[in-house]
Design a protein around this ligand. Structure first.
Ligand SMILES: Cc1cc2nc3c(=O)[nH]c(=O)nc-3n(C[C@H](O)[C@H](O)[C@H](O)COP(=O)(O)OP(=O)(O)OC[C@H]3O[C@@H](n4cnc5c(N)ncnc54)[C@H](O)[C@@H]3O)c2cc1C
Length: 405
């Protein structure tokens, strides 16, 4: 069982567990050196990317990327318990199921399932759900970061198409997407929150330009829409109803999805501290090292419990009012603290990249990406704001947490 997981396999599901374990042992044979959690990466490693992508597609073929999704949309038609087994077995390899390769399908597919028409589900879901297409989430604009609703990218209807003009920033990764999932303004004269729509935009659309930005934590991108034409059928959730769709999207992004995976960095750090040095000693022999490790393990365990709680509540469709951002907030701080701890433990070694390891286990990347963790997918301030609204602090009403799909 994964640390922090409340999952135990019921007897009737043991044959499935055995099947998944055997399948993964074979599938991971050539990728053991990448046996660390795949996250939404900004670090360039083409070999690893190719392995992850092929693993994602193989899982997708079996319906194991989205196990509980209907078979007609490429899912497995299985239960949350089956999903928990798949995720638990994958995390034995340090793999986070929802991020097996670098696509944000884990956020986009639920939005399409919940808010799309039947036709849109049939058209867009199978590629996402089987891991065949890569999608980025494209929200942030130069003047619209924390204030997500302040969208200036215009999408004006022209016959059967929308014409997009505007700019997004700090999105995606170093590998090209097939689709962008983006929030646009479809009513320039409309009221705030009532003027937005979500669109599923093919990355090959004429008038769309992607320009890489080299940042401290790696590659992000600027996207320019310049008279970019998108079929009207790609608008999901209804024109000017985009804020409603974003409630699903943002809840998942802000921790509502939860997780039952462990944190491979902690295993890696612990392993390094236990390793015997040439002089016969190990780092763990030193009392200050043990104190740092103890703090790291305690806080990581708390984080895993928050993540597991959200995971089960999501699968049961009974979201915790503020559990999503509570977990996200704690996790951001934990990653920053762990980055500091790694520097205290390994000194200069934590400043030298190790490209033979996945970025999650590469201590230099952990240290460099630490501060960025406070700012990706909203900031600590937006976490606090959402939490206050959900708890009813400073106002007479409490906002509900949206259910996701
Ligand atoms: C690692 C990383 C990955 C990212 N990936 C993506 C991606 O894939 N897709 C995407 O669309 N975007 C992405 N972003 C962008 C990210 O979502 C934004 O940076 C974030 O939402 C903050 O917006 P901003 O940078 O414009 O800062 P601003 O909104 O300008 O905020 C600046 C500062 O003011 C504070 N602040 C703002 N408003 C308030 C308020 N009302 N009350 C109190 N304090 C406030 C903020 O907390 C922050 O400290 C990523 C960013 C990072 C760092």
């Amino acid at each position: 069982m994964v640390q922090g997981s409340t999952h135990e396999t019921p007897e009737a599901l043991i044959p499935f567990e055995v099947e998944v374990r055997a399948w993964l042992a074979e599938a991971m044979q050539d990728g053991l050196r990448f046996a660390w959690s795949a996250v939404w990466t900004t670090r360039d490693n083409d070999e690893e990317y190719a392995f992850r992508q092929s693993l994602g597609r193989r899982l997708g073929e079996r319906g194991w990327l989205f196990p509980t999704y209907p078979v007609e949309y490429g899912g497995g038609g299985l239960t949350p318990e089956h999903q928990a087994i798949i995720e638990t077995e994958m995390s034995r390899y340090g793999l986070r199921h929802a991020m097996v390769f670098y696509t944000l399908a884990r956020i986009v597919a639920p939005c399409i399932l919940k808010h799309g028409t039947d036709e849109q589900r049939r058209a867009f879901l199978p590629g996402l759900v089987r891991g065949e297409v890569v999608v980025w989430q494209v929200l942030t604009e130069p003047q619209s970061g924390s204030d997500v609703a302040n969208v200036r990218t215009m999408a004006i209807r022209d016959g059967d198409e929308y014409v997009l003009d505007g700019q997004k920033i700090m999105v995606g990764s170093h590998h090209q997407p097939d689709y962008l999932w983006t929030l646009v303004n479809t009513d320039p004269a409309g009221k705030r929150h009532e003027n937005l729509s979500w669109m599923y935009v093919p990355a090959t659309s004429p008038g769309l330009t992607i320009r890489p930005m080299s940042m401290m934590m790696g590659i992000k991108n600027t996207v320019f829409f310049d008279g970019c034409r998108v079929p009207a059928a790609n608008l999901v959730g209804g024109e000017n109803s985009g804020w409603k769709v974003s409630s699903t999207h943002l809840e998942l992004e802000h921790g509502g999805a939860g997780s039952i995976a462990g944190d491979p960095v902690v295993d890696h750090v612990l392993g390094r501290c236990l390793e015997q040095q040439p002089d016969g000693t190990a780092l763990i022999d030193e009392e200050p090292v043990r104190a740092i490790l103890a703090d790291m393990l305690i806080e990581t365990h708390i984080n895993e419990l928050l993540a597991a709680r959200n995971y089960w509540l999501r699968l049961r469709r009974t979201p915790h009012p503020y559990g999503g951002v509570q977990y996200r907030y704690y996790e951001r701080l934990l990653r920053l603290r762990n980055a500091e701890r790694v520097q205290q433990l390994f000194g200069y070694e934590a400043l030298v990249p190790r490209f033979d390891l996945h970025e999650d286990a590469d201590l230099e990347h952990l240290v460099r990406a630490g501060p960025g963790q406070l700012h990706g997918g909203g900031t600590m301030d937006t976490d606090r704001l959402v939490m206050a609204r959900r708890m009813g602090i400073g106002r007479s009403t409490k906002e509900d947490a949206p259910t996701t799909a």
